[in-house]
Ligand binder design. Structure first.
Ligand SMILES: [Zn+2]
Ligand SMILES: [Zn+2]
Length: 261
């Protein structure tokens, strides 16, 4: 029995399937509860891979339609942490009765989303460790902002296989410490197994440090299609246990509670 709290809808323009179809897949996979967290709107047109402000009511309505199945469905939002937009996220947080807000770092700077396949050439132009430093600096700010219940895909820049040249563990330690200091959870995101890197986010070394510090964790698929709901969960839960975890967390009404693994 598990939850999958990082699911998308077609409103972000790069996911498919009605949320009801995600429910059907969750039932097939034996999940106990799911939650949607589509890419948050921005106050201005920012890129082409998020829902627009005008679609937000429709988003909440779609989740309502999924709830009509009787299956437990949580209402969340995956928010890009972009310095300068903190008050916008605060505004969004008040608009609907969210069960959780996810903080994500995709942007290393304006117009530079590190996981965008069209911008992968940046890895040829900027030293890889500089990219990782930029990413971790933003990730720490994201955690420390206090805006989010959990943070997504902790080591996302490895998506296309670009690993740091230097030992990443000091960065992992900083992130884990920030999670503890600010009482924020993080996800083990199974989408990495479906990408070029072929590894879950975050790396196992991160999981071990996080488990030793008792940083709250949950497992999510980041599904952009119904068939991706709950993918890799058996392996993911096994990794958590190997790392030392005995407990995961769930959310409701932005309250977090622990559940045995
Ligand atoms: Zn997406
Ligand atoms: Zn996502």
């Amino acid at each position: 029995m598990s939850t999958d709290y990082h699911l998308h809808t077609p409103l972000c323009h790069h996911a498919v399937g009605h949320p009801r179809e995600y429910v059907t897949q969750a039932q097939t996979r034996g999940l106990q509860e799911i939650g949607f967290a589509d890419h948050n709107p921005m106050p201005v047109q920012y890129d082409n891979w998020r829902m627009s402000k005008d679609d937000l009511p429709r988003y909440v309505e779609l989740i309502g339609e999924a709830r009509e199945t009787g299956f437990p469905v949580r209402l969340g939002l995956e928010c890009d942490y972009i310095p300068g937009y903190e008050s916008w996220i605060e505004q969004l947080s008040k608009l609907y009765p969210w069960d959780y807000l996810i903080g994500s770092v995709h942007y290393l700077g304006p117009g530079w989303d590190v996981d965008n396949p069209e911008l992968v050439y940046k890895f040829e132009q900027v030293p890889v460790d500089e990219i990782w430093d930029l990413y971790w600096a933003n990730y720490l700010r994201c955690i420390r902002s206090g805006l989010f219940d959990f943070v997504a895909h902790p080591d996302l820049p490895k998506k296309f296989g670009h690993r740091p040249k230097t030992d990443p563990r000091p960065a992992y330690e900083n992130v884990v410490q920030a999670l503890i200091d600010h009482d924020v959870a993080f996800e083990l995101n199974t989408a990495g197994w479906r990408k070029a890197v072929g590894e879950q986010y975050p790396a196992f070394d991160f999981l071990k440090l996080a488990a030793a510090a008792s940083a709250p964790v949950l497992v999510n698929s980041d599904a952009h299609a119904p068939e991706e709901v709950g993918t890799g969960f058996v392996q993911a839960y096994q990794l958590l246990r190997e790392a030392g975890y005995r407990e995961r967390v769930q959310f409701q009404g932005r309250r977090r509670f622990p559940v045995p693994l």
